[in-house]
Design a protein. Structure first.
Length: 359
């Protein structure tokens, strides 16, 4: 098993290194920058701080772990930290952590001095396959998830699959939710591969993990390269997310891991596709249900309600969707699927169908 380099061909292209040992090149990647600083969280710092190499001596801010760091206050703290560390326009911020840290650090890097360089070293499966790749950054507002953000492409992403060994079960499965989303968007081959790999993945087989992370990054790189600013095709990556963001908002940020909300959201999106008469592949719903089960993921909203002992009232979920930035006010829009690899963008759902589904 070795490190592979996947190029993301956007306006400022960059490389995502994937595999065991990807972090070993951090010194080299950070070398050219005059001043460097590191953003992480305290759990990741304790577990993997030693992997920072020479960067271990750089100014470092370690936040409390969890989604609640991703707010206006957290953003202010990171910006003050960058200023306090004396970073200038030719400096670099390295993020070492999950999607919370790459989203927050990426946004701070885009704002500080109107933009400094950022390198992401994602440490969760979710951040390696999704959050740290593609240049979207955001924080949550009280009104909704990811409502303030910016596009800010990283200079490089180092996805070292060795660090995934310390993820707890829940966070690991959360990453599998985005893995499943990616396979569904990729197409039949990717879906069939995931079906074959499911058991080995859950057991964290190192080789399989490397392959799956690389496959997900490759698909995301292709989609992002075609539509960096999400004007069209990139919206497909939001499959399941209109539901997921509503769930996270209603449950309270940080209560339900993002990827588990996405998993339930995928089941909802498939069911909505079916009820709307848009699902062409009659077997896809059952296949996805089996995959969700095999990957230890919720098969829908009721599984989430039971697992997290939270009501997730349909009316609250529906209200939360009004704030979703993917729709026009009051009319949430969904990514549906016709078949594996065939997303349908910007679909408005029938209100009655939607409410039935949320209940
Ligand atoms: N920008 C994007 O395109 C994009 C895409 C998907 C998700 N996201 C965002 O990503 C966030 C979720 O990311 P996440 O699931 O990585 O959450 P996270 O960053 O909160 O990490 C989850 C937990 O795992 C711990 N952790 C991280 N690495 C670890 C390791 N190697 N070993 C043990 N524990 C470790 C963290 O301390 C934290 O408690 C959400 O806010 C979501 O909105 C962004």
């Amino acid at each position: 098993v070795s490190v592979c380099a996947i190029r993301v061909e956007v306006a400022s292209p960059y490389v995502v290194d994937v595999g065991p040992g990807a972090l070993d090149s951090l010194d080299e990647v950070a070398g050219p920058f005059s001043t460097r600083a590191v953003l992480t969280d305290t759990r990741v710092e304790a577990l993997h701080g030693a992997r920072l190499g020479a960067l271990a001596a750089a100014p470092r801010l370690a936040l409390e772990p969890g989604e609640s760091a991703k707010d206006l206050r957290g953003l202010g703290r990171v910006l003050d930290f960058l200023a306090g560390a004396g970073l200038d326009r030719s400096s670099l911020l390295v993020t070492l952590g999950g999607g919370v840290i790459s989203d927050l650090g990426g946004l701070a890097a885009s704002l500080y001095l109107r933009g400094i360089a950022v390198v992401h070293a994602p440490t969760t499966l979710l951040a390696q396959v999704d959050a740290a790749v593609g240049g979207k950054t955001a924080i949550n507002l009280r009104a909704g998830k990811n409502l303030a953000g910016a596009f800010h492409a990283p200079r490089a992403v180092l996805a070292d699959t060795r660090v995934l060994a310390t993820l707890d079960d829940l966070e690991f499965r959360s990453g599998l939710g985005e893995v499943l989303k990616t396979a569904l968007l990729d197409g039949e081959d990717a879906l069939a591969r995931l079906e074959r790999a499911a058991a080995g993945l859950l057991a964290r087989d190192a080789e399989l993990l490397g392959e799956v992370v690389a496959a997900c990054v490759t698909l995301k790189a292709r989609v992002v390269a075609g539509d960096e600013r999400e004007r069209g095709a990139r919206r497909a990556l939001n499959l399941g997310h209109t539901f997921a963001h509503a769930v996270e908002h209603v449950a309270g940020y940080g209560r339900i891991p993002h990827g588990l909300a996405v998993a339930a959201g995928l089941a909802c999106a498939l069911e909505l596709s079916r009820r709307a008469g848009r699902l062409r592949d009659p077997h896809l719903g059952a296949r996805v249900a089996r995959l969700l089960e095999a990957l230890g993921l919720p098969r829908g909203l009721d599984d989430l309600r039971a697992a997290f002992a939270t009501g997730l009232p349909a009316a609250d979920l529906r209200a939360a969707m009004d704030a979703d930035k993917k729709g026009r006010a009051g009319r949430p829009r969904f990514v549906l699927v016709a078949a594996a690899g065939e997303p349908l963008l910007d679909v408005e759902a029938d209100e009655t169908t939607l409410r039935e589904l949320l209940a």
